[in-house]
Design a protein around this ligand. Sequence first.
Ligand code: HEM
Length: 150
Amino acid sequence: MAWLILLHQFAALVWVGGLFLMYLAVRPALAPLAPAEALPVWQALLGRFFVWIWLAVLALPLTGYAIVFGVWGGMGAAGWHVHTMQLTGLIMILLFGHVYFSPYRRLRQALAANDPAAAAAQLGKLRPFVLANLILGLITVALGSAGRYL
Ligand code: HEM
């Protein structure tokens, strides 16, 4: 149980902390730059960060369900906070999948085709999903840590 919850928490920390940094620090820091300067930085940042999100996307349900089914013996033993965490967690994973395979993929294609205007448009499409997952991530973390005491 200790290892499972530790891995689960590390994965949540990496994902939600990364989203927080991206939205509240990197985005305003790069905003004054011209698209030609900012876009390659975004591509390099997102490319590296998304590898870690993929690991978190695998680790969170794996460790979460290992706790529920392996340690607790099934969903019946889980409180409302875990049921809700499962829902918000799965929505987060779906939103990330959409970002990765739609705006992020198109952003890379536009940069490869030397089309900064199209790349900037895809970055604009990606942004609300980062905010949505940041808000959902904070709610999910609150459920995971404080939920059992409510
Ligand atoms: C997708 C399926 C998921 C399942 C089945 C799941 C399951 C669980 C379970 C069973 C616990 C232990 C709760 C308790 O002891 O009362 C837990 C804790 C937690 N979960 Fe999840 N979880 C999921 C997704 C997520 C996601 C996406 C995040 C964050 C992005 C997250 C963040 C946390 C945190 C921060 C804790 C508290 C860890 C601690 O006690 O130190 N979980 N989760």
